[in-house]
Design a protein around this ligand. Structure first.
Ligand SMILES: [Zn+2]
Length: 286
C-alpha cells in the first residue's frame, strides 16, 4: 500500500464550502446545510489546509495545547509505523512528534524491517540500551525494571513502539526478527485510555501517544512529561466529542456495563477472549 503523501504539508481543498454561494440567504437551506455538515464524519476536515506543526486541519489546530518548546528528554523514541496508520485521520503520532525534539522522535514507516533496508534501526535494535514496548510472556514491567535499577543510570535509552492496530502490531512484531533483539517491556500501570475516539480492544490498550507518554515519563522519571504529552490528546478528544464524534468505549467497558450491543459471537474462542477482557487486566489481545 502506498503512503498518502502531503498529510503534513498545507493542502488546499479544491472547492469551498456551501456557504460561499451568493444571493439572499435562505434560512432553511442554511439550516439544512448545517444539518448536513453536522452529520458528516469529522474526517472530512482533512481536505482543508493543514497546520504544519501539529498536522491537524488549521481550523482545529492543536498547537495551543502543545508545549511552547520541545520537551528535553534523554530517551530516544523510535515509532515503527504500519503504512495504513500513516493515512488514518485520527493519528496521535504527529502530536507526539510535535512535542519532542525531531532527533528524539523517529518515525519509520513500513511492515518489514531488515538490516539492509533499515541499517539505522537495525543498529538501534542491536544496542543494549534499547527497549521495545510490546506486551507478552517475555515482557517485563518497565516500571519494575526502572525501579530495580536494572537500567544503567544516565544511559541514553532508546525505546521502540509499534504504531498500528492490534493485529498489525502483532504481525509486525512477530515477523520482524530485529524486534526480538531488544529487551521487551510492557506498561503495568493502569491508565484508562484517554483516547476514546478510536475503540480500544481493552482499556489498558493505549494509543501510541499514551504509550509513549507513559514510557517516557517512567524512563525519564518525570511525571510532568505524561501531563504535557497527554494535553493535546485530551484537547483532540474533547474537540472531536463536541463535533459529534461518538465516544467509543473500549469493548471491555461495554461488556462490563452490559452495553455491548453486537450479537454475541458464535465462535467459542471469541467468547472466551471477551470474557478474558472482563476478568483479566493483563490480557491485551495482541
Ligand atoms: Zn497546529
Amino acid at each position: 500500500m502506498e503512503h498518502v503523501a502531503g498529510l503534513c504539508s498545507p493542502v488546499t481543498a479544491g472547492e469551498t464550502g456551501p456557504e460561499s454561494s451568493d444571493g439572499p440567504s435562505e434560512d432553511e437551506g442554511l439550516v439544512d446545510a448545517f444539518g448536513d455538515l453536522a452529520a458528516l464524519p469529522v474526517e472530512v476536515e482533512e481536505r482543508r489546509p493543514t497546520c504544519v506543526r501539529c498536522c491537524r486541519p488549521v481550523k482545529v489546530c492543536l498547537c495551543p495545547f502543545l508545549p511552547p518548546r520541545a520537551l528535553d528528554v534523554n530517551t530516544c523514541l523510535y515509532v515503527v509505523q504500519h503504512p495504513a496508520e500513516e493515512s488514518r485521520v485520527l493519528r496521535t503520532v504527529p502530536l507526539l512528534a510535535a512535542c519532542l525534539p525531531p532527533a528524539k522522535c523517529n518515525i519509520i514507516v513500513g511492515r518489514r524491517f531488515t538490516e539492509e533496508k533499515h541499517p539505522e534501526l537495525a543498529a538501534v535494535c542491536q544496542d543494549s540500551r534499547t527497549l521495545i514496548l510490546y506486551p507478552g510472556p517475555q515482557s517485563q514491567s518497565l516500571e519494575e525494571v526502572v525501579r530495580a535499577g536494572e537500567l544503567a543510570a544516565n544511559a541514553k535509552h532508546n525505546i521502540i513502539i509499534i504504531d498500528g492496530t492490534w493485529s498489525q502490531a502483532k504481525n509486525m512484531f512477530l515477523k520482524n526478527s530485529l524486534f526480538h533483539l531488544p529487551r521487551q517491556v510492557q506498561l503495568s500501570r493502569t491508565l484508562s485510555s484517554q483516547y476514546v475516539i478510536r475503540t480500544q480492544p481493552s482499556n489498558i490498550c493505549l494509543s501510541t501517544l499514551e504509550c509513549a507518554a507513559v514510557a517516557l515519563s517512567i524512563l525519564e522519571e518525570n511525571e510532568d512529561i505524561l501531563e504535557v504529552l497527554l494535553r493535546p490528546l485530551r484537547a483532540l478528544c474533547s474537540f472531536q466529542l463536541q463535533h459529534g464524534a461518538q465516544v467509543h468505549h473500549s469493548k471491555e467497558h461495554l461488556l462490563k456495563n452490559g452495553m455491548y450491543d453486537k450479537p454475541m459471537p458464535k465462535n467459542k474462542r471469541k467468547i472466551k477472549r471477551m470474557e478474558r477482557l472482563i476478568t483479566d487486566h493483563s490480557a491485551c489481545p495482541r
